[in-house]
Design a protein around this ligand. Structure first.
Ligand code: SF4
Length: 183
């Protein structure tokens, strides 16, 4: 028989939230708006990504490295408001119904854990809608919602706090050049 788990020591320190990523409810509200409007944001992002790619010559002229600081600041500001973004540097929003998987307390990148509550909320953060329940709902609204079935690679922590926008742009430019379709 397994030994009984010792009771937690009762001390004067009581953590304010149950996890380090506890969020005020107002944050969920905007996050949920983004999921509800996943189709609109998908449409907008496709055009935005094209614009960034069209400016590849500019990023090259300035230097991607030098462009990173200001671009990253704008990216962080915008995505923090809309998605409660954690700047993991390997954005999966287009594949996860515009619901950021880095808001999952377990940082799950490929679907929910087994602890989703009956009301669709998270087992760790009872007030928070499960990130993956929302991801499924958002993906159902998107044209390319099937991308939620793609397996996401584990998070590469060396990319934290870097710009996904620039990374995706540089990759798209390299792919375009390789295919010989560059402008
Ligand atoms: S219930 Fe959802 S958000 Fe909470 S830990 Fe599990 S997968 Fe993550």
């Amino acid at each position: 028989m397994a030994a009984a788990k010792p009771a937690a020591t009762n001390t004067a320190y009581k953590p304010e939230g149950v996890s380090g990523i506890h969020r005020a409810r107002s944050r969920y509200t905007i996050r949920l708006w983004s999921v509800r409007n996943a189709r609109l944001l998908e449409w907008f992002y496709a055009r935005f990504a094209d614009t960034l790619l069209g400016l590849h010559w500019f990023w090259q002229a300035v230097g991607y490295k030098r462009a990173e600081r200001p671009v990253k600041a704008v990216e962080k500001f915008t995505k923090s408001i809309l998605f409660d973004c954690r700047m993991c540097g390997q954005c999966a929003l287009s594949s996860t119904g515009m619901s950021c998987p880095m808001n999952c307390p377990k940082s799950l990148r490929n679907g929910p854990c087994g602890g989703v509550r009956d009301n669709g909320n998270c087992e760790v953060e009872p007030d928070m809608p499960c990130v993956w329940v929302q991801a499924w709902r958002g993906s159902q609204r998107m044209k390319t919602g099937d991308k939620i079935l793609n397996v996401q690679k584990p998070v590469d922590n060396s990319l934290r706090n870097t710009s996904s926008w620039l990374r995706v742009t540089a990759q798209a430019a390299a792919d375009r050049d390789k295919a010989g379709t560059g402008a």
